[in-house]
Design a protein around this ligand. Sequence first.
Ligand SMILES: [Zn+2]
Length: 282
Amino acid sequence: MAWFRKDKKPLRAEDRREVPTDVFDKCKGCGEILYRERLAQNLNVCPDCGYHLRVGAHAYVSILLDGGSFHEADADLRAADPLDFTDLKPYPERVAAAEAKGKTEAAVSGTGQLDGIEVSLAVMDFDFIGGSMGSVVGEKIARAGRVALEREIPFLIVSASGGARMQEGIYSLMQMAKTSTVLARLHDSGIPFISILTHPTTGGVTASYAMLGDANLAEPGALIGFAGPRVIEETIKQELPAGFQRSEFLREHGMVDRVVDRRDLKETVAALLRHQYAGWSD
Ligand SMILES: [Zn+2]
């Protein structure tokens, strides 16, 4: 009797863990199913294992700035298509598709109060074309840096990026020089710049402003690097050590000053600004 001997297929782990996506999220760190609301209250850090789930630019604005103090700048800047670029689809279509998801670019910038300290802030958003740095991202960051310079207020950048935006070619690469120049002027004027690196921060962003902070802070477990590990291994013909390009490894090797839990980020930045730059506290 065939039915009697029928093998019972065990449920695969991923089937068993399937959950409605609008109420729950599954932690990528420990696999725990978490109430989205509870996660949000915990700034999207898993209460069980501490894994930092990705959040968008506006979430960082709320995490860092005092409620209602943010004034967004340059919200109407839009990408041009200087190279008439077509890969799988024309670049303007790619931008339009990204915009249709509710975001206008891979960076949000403006000013606001962080624990009562007036700051200029730019936050990248990985959900918009992989957080790629095109001319709009570079321009928003450069302008926000200039606001810090003119108003003599601290400057913060939260980075999350796959690197340069290939659809803008050399225009994208030029943003590295443009933003770095503004940061050099801030440095010369003694105005603090704090760089916050989140998962992932790679390519041209790591090779420019993300690593130029007076303090470089990183969220736990963030991938931070210029080229990917495979490319490096193939180039240097060596196996890379475990945890290479993660926040903690970079902290041990002096590339990052401190690994900071998202829940302590605001407090840490406020303390840094107050300790190092006494004049900024009032
Ligand atoms: Zn977890």
